[in-house]
Design a protein around this ligand. Sequence first.
Ligand code: UDP
Length: 232
Amino acid sequence: MERVKLLGIGIDTYNFDEALEHAKTVKGQVVTINPEMLDYAGKNLEFAEILNEAELVIPDGVGVQLGLQILGYKAKRIPGIEFAKRLIKEFQDRPVALIGAKPEIVTKAAENLKQEFPDLNLAYVRDGYFENTEDVLQEVACKKPELVLAALGSPKQEIFIYKLKKMLPEALMVGVGGSFDVWSGKVERAPEFYQKLGLEWLYRTVKEPKRFKRIFPALPLFVLKVLREKWS
Ligand code: UDP
């Protein structure tokens, strides 16, 4: 496996099991990257540095997978939500922290996870709508979790984890986007048919048309930028 560069950001081309092993061994920050994040990193150097300092960067969706393929790299997407669930399973006997989403959502997600993994040790659970980030960072660090899942959306969750990493160097931390919404049962994941074809984004856009303006023109522009990188 190798870390390859896509639009200036290093991305790891592990398969699911290799990525899991790497995360468990190396610990630190895991980023599940998508074209919108790459676009933002192109405009914000500080964010780009956070991504490039992450211990593991995995291609979350079909967009980044396609980008890597255009550059000639063999890579398969690793859905962040599945990766995070697997980590919970692996860390269920160790302290875990969940931070993010609306209060009733994170509470329900925690309840559902506890049902699925009765031994799960949830050392810290809180919503993602707070004013004082420093206080929350201190609170989490005090609980000494070994796995931290932050569902604050991007770039908030990556910045949050980057700061927390300095306080908890032994922990494994993943930015999980909208995963708590799905685990709470409030938002449905796309049916398997769409997942298999890599068309979850299409399903989500049809269900929630306001996402349309997030994806377009971002996706075609992303492909154009990758092509420019390839030909330059
Ligand atoms: N969120 C949060 N705090 C904020 C903004 C967002 O906790 O200040 C949560 C939001 O409730 C949702 C999650 O962040 O549960 C991710 O949202 P989004 O749908 O943007 O995620 P993505 O599409 O990136 O997976």
